[in-house]
Design a protein around this ligand. Structure first.
Ligand SMILES: Nc1ncnc2c1ncn2[C@@H]1O[C@H](COP(=O)(O)OP(=O)(O)O)[C@@H](O)[C@H]1O
Ligand SMILES: [Mg+2]
Length: 414
């Protein structure tokens, strides 16, 4: 991989992400990668234009990153990971001389701020509140149930509790009773409390240029964090006009002009759409890979194109396909060992023989002891499926969610 040609890169990719670099390289879009110092050797070895940057440093130093990138000819920063989103806001705000860009990006990093902003623009959200301590949680829980006219003898409606800035369900709890509140630890505060949102959950991956939707993908969640596929099944796709309207409202509410967003919504049977959250970076769940297979374009390239105000309508139209013209359904299963000790990968023959089976990337366990899991994102590997029928896709994902994929040869402990 090499992009050290004569053309100075306009685009800076924030974060170390090999698929993103490969995708841009493949279409001949020069880029500068801004990566944490531990990736220096890799960047040198592969001769990739780069700047080393520690994204965990406090934001007062962002000016320096902005200036460095400007000196290198960069015009646009594209955030690849959650930790780099506010840096992209700072850099783009500086490069475009628009300080409000930074404060808008900050909204993406605080779930309560994000909800409040959405609510102020009339988007459907649950009842929510920030909590600083257990008393706040108790009061919210009681008031919500009082508003629902619950009697003391009724089963209380649960509320969700989650950290203000986290992803992959880390720290997410259901509060069902006073006992659940009593066991909360001091380090879980401050946090966000929210009433339960009804409906089928899904995500969108929206490519936006000049505040207009240029491509809208809908990802169907079979089981959040375990299985999903692209595009969504017909029962969800046929409600695309409602989804599109919800996304347009979000773009308007958050003042998004360029780039990509990954919102999560819940849609009810009567087509009301509840807003869950929105991120402004590459989604998890291998969704970019699935979009690429289902539609035949690279979402990384689309993200870089849409992030750049100089990209023309013609370029976008030439690169992005028709939303209704998918090639296949592409799905994946994220595998977490169910046992505490695993020694080898065990893929059933009937899976390999299935015409929807594409490939797997299951890690051979390095140590037999399975790591304790906090949230999603650290699955042991992925099984990919591909085929032309969404119902069969869903059935297969559900079926193989029940399979272990890992066995232990270790003698049973005596
Ligand atoms: N208020 C809510 N109502 C229903 N489900 C919720 C609610 N809050 C969170 N969840 C569930 O928990 C998941 C994780 O919460 P989310 O706010 O998306 O945080 P993150 O993805 O950053 O961990 C959601 O995808 C959804 O399935
Ligand atoms: Mg989420």
């Amino acid at each position: 991989m090499s992009n050290n040609g004569k053309q100075a890169p306009r685009t800076a990719l924030l974060g170390f992400c090999i698929p993103a670099m490969e995708a841009l390289d493949k279409v001949g879009r020069p880029f500068l990668a801004v990566v944490p110092p531990e990736f220096e050797a890799y960047m040198q070895e592969h001769d990739i234009a780069h700047v080393l940057w520690d994204f965990s440093r406090v934001n007062e130093t962002s000016m320096q990153l902005s200036k460095t990138l400007q000196e290198r000819g960069v015009e646009v920063a594209v955030p690849l990971f959650e930790e780099t989103v506010e840096w992209a806001g700072a850099v783009n705000g500086f490069l475009r001389d628009d300080p409000r860009l930074f404060t808008r990006y900050l909204l993406f990093r605080d779930k309560a701020m994000m909800k409040r902003r959405a609510q102020m623009y009339g988007i459907r959200v649950g009842v929510f509140e920030e909590a600083d301590n257990r008393e706040d949680v108790s009061r919210f829980f009681k008031r919500v149930n009082k508003a629902l006219s619950k009697l003391d003898s009724d089963v209380a409606d649960p509320v969700h509790l989650k950290p203000l800035a986290a992803a992959g369900c880390v720290g997410h709890r259901f509060i069902r009773s006073e006992q659940d509140i009593a066991v909360l630890q001091d380090d879980e505060f401050p946090c966000l409390l929210e009433t339960h949102l009804d409906g089928q959950e899904f995500s969108c991956e929206v490519f936006i240029h000049d505040s207009k939707i240029r491509f809208l993908n809908i990802t169907e969640y079979v089981h959040l964090g375990h299985s999903n596929f692209v595009p969504a099944s017909p029962s969800l796709e046929e409600r695309r006009p409602y989804v599109r309207k919800a996304v347009e409202e979000l773009i308007d509410a958050f003042g998004i002009q360029y780039g990509m967003i990954h919102p999560e919504f819940f849609i009810t049977s009567d087509n009301k759409i509840n807003f869950g959250e929105v991120a402004a970076r590459v989604p998890g769940g291998h969704i970019f890979e699935l979009i690429e297979k289902a539609y035949g374009f690279s979402p990384f390239v689309a993200f870089a194109m849409c992030s750049d105000p100089a990209t023309t309508d013609e370029e976008l139209a030439a690169y992005l396909p028709d939303e209704r013209q998918h090639k296949d359904y592409a799905g994946c299963l994220m595998v977490y060992p169910r046992q505490k000790i695993v020694t080898r990968v065990d893929v059933p023959d009937r899976l390999i023989a299935d015409d929807y089976y594409e490939k797997h990337a299951l890690f051979q366990p390095v140590t037999p002891k399975v790591a304790e899991r906090a949230g999603f994102g650290d699955h042991y590997g992925t099984v990919y499926f591909r085929g032309d029928n969404s119902a069969r896709m869903r059935d297969l994902l559900l079926e193989y969610e029940q399979v272990d994929f890992y066995t232990s040869d270790a003698p049973a402990a005596s």
